[in-house]
Design a protein around this ligand. Structure first.
Ligand SMILES: Cc1ncc(COP(=O)(O)O)c(C=O)c1O
Length: 389
């Protein structure tokens, strides 16, 4: 039998990390000690009080049945309260303006299913999290990349979007704190986004997965804080990075009721909701003391200081990481991102991500994470110093 992939899968761009992954496997087979600073996956365990809440919840048979599609009322209430306490976004209606997700990636992927028709144009940050573009294309939509430039603090210059593109655009994706640039947005920028969106009738989809991983004294804002945002926007939130819960698969989307309902409709026809014991543990995470989040932030801050000061001391051009557990390093003269990452891997035993994997605008940089213990980061800096460039 001849088995053929669907056109949408065949049209996916080649997997940019394939070469690095192959080399990684080879080097590991040879017994080489690799320091993996490639993946954005917290290495520390989930805080014990959240694990305890989960242990208790799994023993309760009421959580063993199909979950509700939109999420448990207690979880949606906790999400709305979190938005009020953390961002001052008051009065979110848990029934109409909050929906539970099986990790924010699930919601980000399914959102275009509800709102993108073939031929619709979607504005996608470049570089950016690849799911925005992939699912736009899966839906037959057209991606218009909006460049994030270093000289603009990696904020998109909306005035550079051609008038005819803005008129055609259906969705604008934004993501601050940003992966992979570690840049932050200001409320003034979000106000410009609202003005742009309302002028051209564009839905704003804001990805706030990294809101709690920041290094400034002032916490990053939510898009929904600015006037008008709830008219045009939805925000995707995650417990993954905040509470070291990437494996648990739980997040939520909040915002405009029609946008939440559209996403909810896709989900009703796709999945059967997040395991309710996980949602109960997520309620514990969101409503208990946030001291564990301060502690997690402190761990990343220490590691980031070691990485950034060490690499700068060795003469590298390292961009200021304002937030997230990522930092970008500019390629040394004469190297592409793939070549630089390959050199770091083969000669230094360090796994780095070529940032062009996040879109053509990432060329010129590799991304390192601080999801490894500080001694390993110190060792990584020493190894980078010894790589001959
Ligand atoms: C920018 C961004 N958004 C969303 C996600 C998805 O996170 P999760 O599905 O674990 O909530 C990630 C994961 O790496 C990410 O980097």
């Amino acid at each position: 039998m001849k088995i053929e992939l669907a056109q949408r899968i065949r049209a996916l761009p080649p997997y940019l990390f394939a070469d690095i992954d192959r080399k990684k496997v080879e080097l590991r087979k040879q017994g080489k000690d690799l320091i993996d600073l490639g993946i954005g996956d917290p290495d520390r365990p989930t805080p014990p009080h959240i694990v305890a809440a989960m242990q208790q919840a799994t023993a309760e048979s009421k959580y063993h049945r199909y979950p509700s599609y939109e999420g448990m009322a207690s979880f949606r209430e906790a999400a709305a309260k979190f938005y009020a306490d953390r961002f001052g976004v008051m009065g979110l209606d848990p029934e109409r303006e909050v929906v539970a997700l099986i990790g924010s990636k699930e919601g980000i992927a399914h959102f275009p299913v509800a709102f993108v028709d073939p031929g619709d144009l979607v504005l996608v940050p470049d570089p950016g999290y690849p799911v925005y573009a992939t699912w736009t294309r899966f839906m037959g939509g057209e991606v218009h990349y909006v460049r994030l430039l270093r000289e603009n603090g990696f904020l998109p210059d909306l005035s550079s979007v051609p008038e005819e593109v803005a008129r055609r655009a259906k969705i604008l994706w934004i993501n601050y704190p940003n992966n992979p640039t570690a840049a932050l947005a200001t409320r003034a920028f979000y106000a410009q986004v609202v003005e742009f969106a309302l002028k051209y009738d564009i839905i704003v989809a804001s990805d706030l997965a990294y809101s709690e991983v920041y290094y400034d004294d002032v916490p990053p804002p939510s898009f929904l804080e600015v006037p008008g945002a709830r008219e045009c926007g939805i925000e995707f939130h995650s417990l993954s990075k905040t509470y070291n819960m990437t494996g648990w698969r739980v997040g939520f989307a909040v915002g405009n009721a029609a946008l939440v309902a559209g996403l909810g409709k896709v989900k009703t026809n796709t999945d059967s909701g997040a395991f309710e014991a996980v949602q109960a543990a997520a309620v514990a995470a969101l409503t208990s003391s946030q001291a564990c989040v301060d502690e997690i932030r402190g761990v990343y801050r220490e590691r980031m200081d070691v990485l950034v000061s060490g690499l700068r001391g060795a003469g590298f051009d390292v961009l200021d990481p304002r937030a997230t557990f990522y930092c970008l390093i500019a390629n040394p003269q004469g190297y592409s991102s793939a070549e630089f990452a390959s050199k770091l891997l083969i000669e230094g035993g360090i796994v780095a991500t070529p940032a062009n994997g996040f879109g053509p605008g990432g060329e010129g940089y590799v991304r390192l994470t601080v999801c490894a213990e500080v001694e390993r980061i110190r060792e990584a800096v020493e190894r980078v110093r010894r790589v001959k460039l």
